[in-house]
Design a protein around this ligand. Sequence first.
Ligand SMILES: Nc1ncnc2c1ncn2[C@@H]1O[C@H](COP(=O)(O)OP(=O)(O)OP(=O)(O)O)[C@@H](O)[C@H]1O
Ligand SMILES: [Mg+2]
Length: 261
Amino acid sequence: MPAGARPLVVLKLGGETLAEQHDTLAGVADVARTHDLVIVHGGGRRLTDWLARLGVESRFESGRRVTDEASLEVALAVLAGVVNAELVVALERLGVRAVGLTGIDAGLLITERVVELGRVGRVVSARPEIIRVLHGAGLLPVVAPVALDRDGAVCNVNADEAAGGLAAALTARLVLLTDTPGVLDREGRTIAALDEPAAEALIGDGVIAGGMIPKVRGALVALQAGVPEVVIADGRGRSALGDALGVVDGPATATRLTPPG
Ligand SMILES: Nc1ncnc2c1ncn2[C@@H]1O[C@H](COP(=O)(O)OP(=O)(O)OP(=O)(O)O)[C@@H](O)[C@H]1O
Ligand SMILES: [Mg+2]
């Protein structure tokens, strides 16, 4: 890191933490004073609620949402509209200058269509120039997980994969905050450290399931690409991000994923 540069961290906010975000975001605002943060948000629960109101049932495969043409429009409205704006509002109220954008803006995320999931993209790379421009201006980017595929069609993207792809392109530390105390073992205890063989074994056994599958796999892809460290942690509470970064001491409710050997 060049002298005087602020540490760069990609932070994914997901799970129920998005709904009860006040304390978490207050902690994020604390860290934003000393770090260049990029926030990528999910919004799965909100999107499921909106789709249900419209009479559309949500379906997931290995933790990734199946998205047809009709639900894509709702995904875009809820993720890039409702959830993104709410986060920017909350950060502004906490005194953080935040800017909402999506993976579409300035070609930030580049995806390939996952045909069997419908209008869903898999992140293949990122163009982080816009992030550097915003950080240079003292602004905190808040990224909604939608992007264009190679044909220029809008796609829904799993937010963990989006965060992993951005961290890889920026070679930034990656923190994935969710609504469980990290990755849990069969007995429900937090697994302190995880490498790729152990993670794949737990996925194979069904201990890591649902939305935790793309989270762990996204973390492993980021590590392969040179990201120095990934932490999956409980996002509930003011010290969540500080604890994950080791900025402040706190209870160990996190899983640290380590690069391949
Ligand atoms: N081994 C495991 N340890 C912890 N959580 C697990 C495990 N296996 C499955 N899960 C589930 O994964 C969920 C987290 O993934 P989920 O996709 O629901 O949230 P998120 O990614 O934080 O939010 P969003 O998808 O909205 O961005 C947990 O709430 C839990 O139900
Ligand atoms: Mg998820």
